[in-house]
Design a protein around this ligand. Structure first.
Ligand code: FAD
Ligand code: NAP
Ligand code: SF4
Length: 678
């Protein structure tokens, strides 16, 4: 064991009746493929890929035990014998690859998006327009039976186990927490009564499936909502669940309605390990840690330190299905690290779109986006080593083409080199690191410091040219735009001196990011990642790991802003409305915490020695700022693209093709798709 990399993470775990081949669980994620029976083949291919990549146990997205518990009408339901053949496609595919699979059972309670939802009490969730009805005693008892029935069906469909979803604010959590459970019968009041629902569910499931079947319970180890369970109530519940028959205790953190981020990229890695460790110390069954664990080094450290027996990673398996195998083969530097952006996974789920991954567009599209080896090797030039060009060049080279990748800059990454310097976006360094290695491994000929022009492309005789030259920042036609106070976001993020009072023109993703950079004490434009420590971060967000307060929330203590910043846009209404669904609220909350003044409905009159002259609702005023930073969108650089050429095929991707609504997700996906078709 000693010569093996990551010996604790890769050590098998004997559960008595079965053995997990290592300590890595792929956590549950709703991908959208679960909802439709005709997509079961795609779902099977998706899970099989992760089992093949070494995950010891994969957990499905949540399946609802009855229609009341639906996420939304016609979402994933598993309560009929007729569903078994479809599920067998999935379990067969996973077992063929040597893996194990558990089905997650989830009742959404007051998070169900339909008018017939029910919950512990008739209390509406702040994130759902539908008010639930209070469940009767009979409905509670029949729901317990429904959980057990789904578990029995799962066993018949050859699943190796089930996971009971008891966290994230869903039904079971709603019963456990006093701020939703206002009952005064045997299901409410004392902690013994509030935990009765999960305990009875586990006992009933155990009766239905017997002893030799894995029962995971996803317990809310930290509630992060006012009136949530206390730390001691959580430990007490965990002990009762162990006695009721749970095989592995898994970690859930926070409720969906919590106003503390739990998985976005600015949450420090393994931020919640202490919450899991506290429960682990009190139990004798294996306990699994989760949330913001995205490298084998962190997973190893958590298990080696004794904070948990296993780790659950969900999004990291979208980013790289081969995570465990690469770690085991001493190829950890080839792992495509999840950057916790949520852009293609959770944001898609909340938009009712199929999930995928920004850094791996094959995720959940395994049967559709294939990188097939070629027999007709072509000479390919890719111009631009931003996300689009990196993706295109590496896929083309892996398929067997002879690829040269050019960039006029001295490093790869394009605009991601600016993104990675934003406080809270340090994970973006990982994507550049990953591509640096993948370029080497795939045999792409990388030519940096090389500006390509049309004459070169005319003479060089490439079969295929992929133009991925990205964008130029837009310079809006405002009087005084050449004034010395004016800086572009590129100036700021490459080290320009910025005064203490600043106006930012443009409140898109980049405007928000630049405002965050400007207010953050210690933010610097260089190549050093400076992630916040868990202590600094939890202080800012008002989390106290050692407290026994309900929800473990205390007053937020934000650090003083480094500058006074005005963030402006011409459109009226809330700023940041176009930011990503699951992370936009965090950016808005951070800027509010740092007293950034966010103003919509602004017209820009001029910039001069006095500052920025603006008009709002017909009233003129001057913001007497030291600098005006322009973040007013971008324009494509497409000069190298030739539509019709006699001997070379030209393709154009990423920002070069279309600058509006461009993000790295589109850039990487387009690059992969173009290269997969060469
Ligand atoms: P680029 O990244 O612009 O790369 C183009 C490359 O082409 C450059 O390296 C350039 O040097 C090279 N090039 C151009 N012309 C030539 C030539 N003639 N010869 C040789 N080389 C040439 N996106 C997200 O999805 N999520 C985010 O959170 C996010 N945050 C961001 C934060 C900031 C501060 C910034 C600036 C951007 C952010 N983005 C984010 C946007 C994302 O970085 C871009 O969408 C993405 O980089 C576009 O990729 P691209 O490959 O099309 O172009
Ligand atoms: P953007 O989102 O299109 O925002 C451009 C901003 O500039 C808008 O606020 C717009 O608002 C303003 N603007 C546009 N034209 C203007 C003009 N002529 N004069 C003055 N203001 C003008 O673009 P971006 O912020 O440059 O971001 C580029 C892309 O990077 C985005 O599409 C985004 O997807 C991606 N990105 C994503 C993230 C993320 O967290 N996911 C972060 C950063 C960047 P008004 O028109 O109302 O003034
Ligand atoms: Fe991770 Fe972003 Fe991919 Fe989601 S989309 S799995 S958060 S890298």
């Amino acid at each position: 064991m000693t010569n093996q990399p990551f010996p604790h993470m890769l050590e098998p775990l004997d559960l008595g009746f079965t053995t997990l081949k290592n300590r890595v669980i792929m956590g549950s994620m709703h991908t959208g493929l679960e909802d439709r029976f005709w997509q079961m083949d795609k779902l099977a291919a998706y899970f099989a890929e992760r089992a093949k990549g070494g995950a010891a146990l994969v957990v499905t997205g949540g399946y609802n035990p009855n229609k009341r518990g639906w996420f939304y009408p016609s979402a994933s339901l598993f309560n009929s014998y007729l569903d078994i053949p479809n599920h067998r496609k999935v379990t067969r595919a996973v077992h063929k690859e040597g893996g194990k699979i558990a089905l997650q059972i989830l009742h959404a309670g007051r998070y169900s998006y339909h008018p017939f939802s029910h919950s512990a009490s008739a209390k509406k969730a702040p994130i759902n327009p539908f008010k639930p009805k209070e469940m009767s005693d009979r409905q509670i008892r029949s729901t317990i039976k429904d959980f057990a029935k789904t578990a029995r069906l799962a066993k018949l469909a050859n699943y190796d186990g089930v996971e009971v979803m008891g966290s994230e604010g869903y039904l079971i959590n709603q019963f456990m927490a006093p701020h939703v459970n206002k009952r005064n019968d045997r299901w409410g009041g004392s902690i013994e009564n509030r935990m009765r629902l999960p305990v009875e569910i586990v006992k009933e499931i155990r009766r239905a499936v017997g002893e030799d079947f894995i029962v995971l319970f996803r317990l809310s180890m930290m509630e992060l909502v006012e009136g949530g369970m206390t730390a001691s109530e959580i430990v007490e519940t965990a002990k009762a669940l162990e006695s009721a028959g749970v095989t592995i205790m898994n970690t859930g953190i926070g409720w969906h309605e919590a106003r503390v981020p739990t998985i976005v990229t600015s949450v420090p890695r393994a931020a919640f390990r202490d919450a899991t460790a506290r429960v682990k110390r009190e139990l004798s069954i294996p306990v699994c840690a989760s949330n913001r664990i995205n490298t084998p080094e962190i997973a190893e450290d958590i298990i080696a330190s004794g904070d948990a027996d296993l780790v659950s990673m969900a999004r990291p398996f979208l980013a790289d299905p081969q995570f465990v195998n690469k770690a085991a083969e001493n190829r950890a530097d080839e792992i495509n690290i999840c950057i916790a952006c949520n852009q293609a996974c959770l944001d898609h789920t909340f938009e009712l779109k199929r999930a995928s991954c920004l850094v791996n567009p094959q995720a959940c599209h395994e049967t559709e986006l294939k990188y097939i080896p070629v027999t007709n090797k072509k000479k390919v030039a890719v111009i631009g080593a931003g996300p689009a060009g990196l993706s295109a060049s590496t896929v083309a080279a892996e398929r067997g083409h002879d690829v040269t990748l050019f960039d006029m800059a001295h490093e790869i990454g394009g605009q991601f080199n600016y993104a990675k310097q934003i406080p809270g976006k340090e994970e973006f360094y990982e994507m550049i690191k990953y591509y640096r290695r993948r370029v080497e491994v795939s045999g792409v000929d990388l030519q940096l410091n090389t500006k390509i022009d049309t004459d070169y492309l005319e003479q060089a005789g490439y079969d295929e040219v992929i133009v991925a030259t990205g964008i130029n920042p837009r310079k809006p036609p405002i009087e005084g735009i050449e004034h010395e106070k004016v800086l572009s976001y590129l100036d700021v993020l490459t080290g320009a001196e910025v005064g203490k009072k600043v106006a930012v023109i443009g409140a898109g993703g980049i405007g928000f990011d630049v405002a965050e950079f400007l207010v953050h004490p210690g933010a610097k434009a260089d190549s050093t990642p400076r992630p916040q420590s868990i202590e600094e971060w939890s202080e800012e967000w008002g989390i106290d790991f050692s407290s026994d307060n309900p929800g473990q929330l205390v007053d937020k203590r934000p650090h003083a802003p480094a500058r006074e910043v005005f963030l402006l846009q011409r459109t009226k209404g809330q700023l940041g409305a176009g930011l990503n669904k699951t992370s936009g609220w965090v950016h808005r909350a951070v800027l509010k915490m740092k007293d950034v003044e966010m103003i919509g409905g602004v017209s820009y009159d001029k910039i001069d020695d006095e500052g920025l002259h603006i008009t709002i609702d017909g009233k003129q005023q001057v913001l007497d700022v030291d600098n005006v930073v322009i973040c007013a969108g971008q324009e494509s650089r497409k000069a190298l693209y030739v539509e019709d050429h006699a001997s070379t095929n030209f393709h154009i991707i990423g920002g070069a093709q279309f600058a509006g609504e461009l993000d790295a997700k589109r850039a990487i996906k387009q690059g992969a798709e173009v290269a997969a078709a060469l």
